[in-house]
Structure formats: C-alpha cells, structure tokens
Design a protein around this ligand. Sequence first.
Ligand SMILES: Nc1ncnc2c1ncn2[C@@H]1O[C@H](COP(=O)(O)OP(=O)(O)OP(=O)(O)O)[C@@H](O)[C@H]1O
Ligand SMILES: [Mg+2]
Length: 181
Amino acid sequence: MKEISMHILDIVMNSVRAEATLIEINIEDSKKLNRLKISVKDNGMGMSDEMVKKVEDPFFTTRTTRKVGLGIPMLKDNCERCNGSFKIQSREREGTLIECDFERNNIDRAPLGNMGDTIMAIIGSLESCELLYSHVTDRGTFVLNTSEVRKMLDGSSIRDNGVLLWIREYVNENIQYISTI
Ligand SMILES: Nc1ncnc2c1ncn2[C@@H]1O[C@H](COP(=O)(O)OP(=O)(O)OP(=O)(O)O)[C@@H](O)[C@H]1O
Ligand SMILES: [Mg+2]
C-alpha cells in the first residue's frame, strides 16, 4: 500500500512542473473528527476545465515520455476507497487547489508516512519557489515556511545537504510532538 506522503510528493511535483512560485501544503489530522485531510495549493500555470476533467482519467497526461499520468487518479481512488472525497479546482495562469480526505480509521487507509523525508525531498527540488507547510492535529499546529528558513540561513542555500537534513529532523520532531495515535 502506498503511503499518503508519497501521494503528497506526487501532487507537489505536479505543482513544481507547473512552475509555481508558491506551494502550500496543509494537513489536518484529527482523531476526534476521524478525518485526515490534505490540501495542496499552487500558483502555477493551472489547467483548463476540460483538462481538469481529463486529469482524473488515468489515460490522460500532457507528458510525452509516458502515455498515462497516474498521480492524481491513484490518489483519488485511494481517498474514495477510504470513504473520503477528492476535489480539484484550477484556473489557467492562476493555479490549482487539490483537496482530499480520508476516513482516518478506515481499514484501507495507508499510513501518512514520513513527512520529514517528504518535505526534505520537496525542498531539495525547489528552485525559485517557496513552500508553506502546515500540519494540524488535535494537539497543535506545526508550520514550516521556507521563506522564513531562508532568512535564518544568512548566505547558505536551503538546498545544502546539511540544511535539508536539519529540516527533516525539525519536521519529524515537531510532528511527533503534536501527533496522536
Ligand atoms: N498543479 C498542477 N498544475 C498544472 N497542471 C497540473 C497540475 N497537476 C496536474 N496537472 C496536469 O495533470 C496531468 C496529470 O497529472 P498526474 O499527476 O495524474 O500525472 P503525471 O504527473 O502526468 O504523471 P505521474 O504523476 O504518474 O508521474 C499532468 O501531466 C499535468 O498536465
Ligand atoms: Mg504527477
């Protein structure tokens, strides 16, 4: 079973390819509400209405190297199998918002996976794009803003290995602190 963090990586890589300069990831993990909600918003090139319809179909992709794009259809399928929902809103030249959720205690729900690894991989692939990540649980909220991290770095790149490893630990420690089982 694919971890949900792998889906998040897929969806965010779509935003990177769409030349977004700001990507916002929001995770709301509530044991009380029995819901795990994920949203990814970008200000990239967006999609036409016709394109949005096609994107949910696994036999559609604009890439020429492969015939099928599976990132979005697989996530949609996983959400729906877990009594959840999936929605894309997009506008050409404005951006895209993907919102989905899972029934948290559904037997088919994959684990969230390692968000530290995922955020490290995302930031490592960003060139001129900022990431705003927020993670909310019943116990608290954790926020990571790459533009704030950059200000703290005076000079060194956010993509340096040492910085990326620090970000991974920082994310994992903070998420562990607000997690509930
Ligand atoms: N955030 C986005 N902004 C603009 N276009 C997008 C966005 N997300 C998806 N798309 C379009 O939808 C298509 C399908 O996305 P999907 O993730 O399902 O497949 P893929 O990225 O083409 O391939 P895969 O994810 O399997 O490697 C993309 O090729 C792209 O054209
Ligand atoms: Mg994709």
